[in-house]
Design a protein. Structure first.
Length: 144
């Protein structure tokens, strides 16, 4: 049995645009689906070492749900590199002020930790509301 491996050019030519609606859905499940689409794992000709994923638009990131007590117990932490430079933001505040960042962090955590993931994240578009500016690309609504 032979294995089909895509080249970089073949993968770039076969890219599609998908829209995922995050309203009322758990953030983790939405991020996992977006990561699978960005990597191309749902395609029959998936090749792990080639960037063969699609473009993903996530709308209604503001209405995504965090299950359990994550709104109060989970924190987004950054460090400046200097002593005392740790900054913590509770996810309740992060979801109110920057829901796009919270969703991007969730998707980034589910991708590989290499340069291919950096290329894949460039194809991710996240919007807090239901409107997006990519209608010209004719994205398909992902509802499976």
């Amino acid at each position: 049995m032979s294995t089909t491996l895509l080249t970089k050019e073949q993968a770039a030519a076969a890219r599609k645009w998908y829209v995922i609606d995050a309203a009322g859905k758990p953030m983790g499940k939405t991020a996992a689906l977006a990561a699978d689409l960005l990597r191309g794992k749902l395609k029959p000709d998936y090749t792990p070492h080639v960037d063969c994923g699609d473009y993903v638009i996530i709308i209604n990131a503001r209405d995504a749900v965090l299950t359990g007590k994550k709104l109060e117990q989970k924190f987004y932490r950054t460090h400046s590199g200097y002593p005392g430079g740790l900054k913590e933001t509770q996810y309740k505040t992060l979801m109110e002020k920057k829901p796009e960042l919270a969703m991007r962090l969730a998707v980034r955590g589910m991708l590989q930790k290499n340069t291919i993931a950096q290329w894949q994240l460039k194809r991710l578009r996240i919007f807090a509301g239901s409107e997006h500016n990519h209608a010209a690309q004719k994205p398909e609504v992902w509802d499976r």
